[in-house]
Design a protein around this ligand. Structure first.
Ligand code: ADP
Ligand code: ADP
Length: 224
């Protein structure tokens, strides 16, 4: 018996947050989003938040040393003991190696890396129409997933805003950074036999069904 230690990755705007939200109800796993953790640090004005903000606003990656320390600490928390889904980490080969080492030290390993695959044109369409709620960061899209009342979160009634890094010039940079730094992880996890591809262009419900089916198969294989 082993845990399910899963990585959810893909370009910005692929639907990782949207899917993580849905999977939360399906599986007893810790959901860890490095983007959400960083935004919480920015909001609270911590030292990490202050350092990370300039990279986030520019659509650049936060330096590996900062992000690895934050993620490694989080993985040691109680709720991650029986498995986790990582959203947005690792994003570089160096981060992937640090994760591997940390899990190895805990007698664990990555079960699978799930790639939500979406082409650049769709990323631009999704990110430019994305709106998030100020309270919990729930995701909407002005065309593909509009809230019932314009500008108001269905789930907690808070205001919907556009993220600073969802402005056109920043989106372009985030895509460049993805192709340069994060895409090499596809080959990395392919070589390790851990890669599972999900067609992210389908409607969110279909993507959700596909991911659930993949996780169910992994569970059978891993006997968890
Ligand atoms: P990520 O966490 O990968 O950056 P999000 O989950 O925030 O991506 O999704 C980006 C935007 O695309 C959001 O506005 C979301 O509502 C929308 N979206 C997510 N999944 C889909 C989908 N399958 N089809 C159309 N729009 C989607
Ligand atoms: P998205 O999935 O829409 O790209 P995230 O919420 O995952 O956005 O990340 C927002 C920003 O936080 C990134 O553009 C980057 O600056 C920073 N960030 C999040 N995760 C990482 C990571 N693993 N490594 C470096 N920077 C990160």
């Amino acid at each position: 018996m082993s845990e399910l230690d899963l990585i959810l990755f893909g370009p910005p705007g692929a639907g990782k947050g949207t899917q993580a939200d849905r999977l939360r109800d399906d599986f007893q796993l810790a959901f860890i989003s490095t983007g959400d953790m960083l935004r919480a640090n920015v909001k609270q004005g911590t030292q990490l938040g202050l350092e990370a903000k300039k990279y986030m606003d520019a659509g650049e990656l936060v330096p590996d040393a900062l992000i690895v320390a934050m993620a490694v600490e989080r993985l040691q928390e109680e709720d991650a003991r029986d498995g986790f889904i990582l959203d947005g980490f690792p994003r570089t080969i160096e981060q992937a190696k640090a994760l591997e080492k940390q899990l190895h030290d805990l007698g664990r390993r990555v079960t699978a890396a799930l790639l939500i695959d979406v082409p650049d044109v769709e990323v631009i369409r999704r990110l430019s129409g994305r709106r998030v709620c100020v309270k919990e960061g729930h995701n909407y899209h002005i065309d593909f997933d509009p809230p019932r009342r314009e500008g108001v979160c269905d789930q907690d009634g808070s205001q919907l805003v556009q993220r600073d890094d969802d402005k056109p010039e920043v989106i372009e940079n985030r895509l460049r950074v993805y192709h340069e730094n994060t895409e090499p992880l596809i080959e990395y996890y392919d070589d390790h036999g851990l890669m599972r591809r999900i067609d992210g262009t389908r409607p969110a419900d279909d993507v959700h069904d596909h991911i659930r089916a993949v996780i169910a198969t992994l569970r059978l294989e891993e006997n968890v």
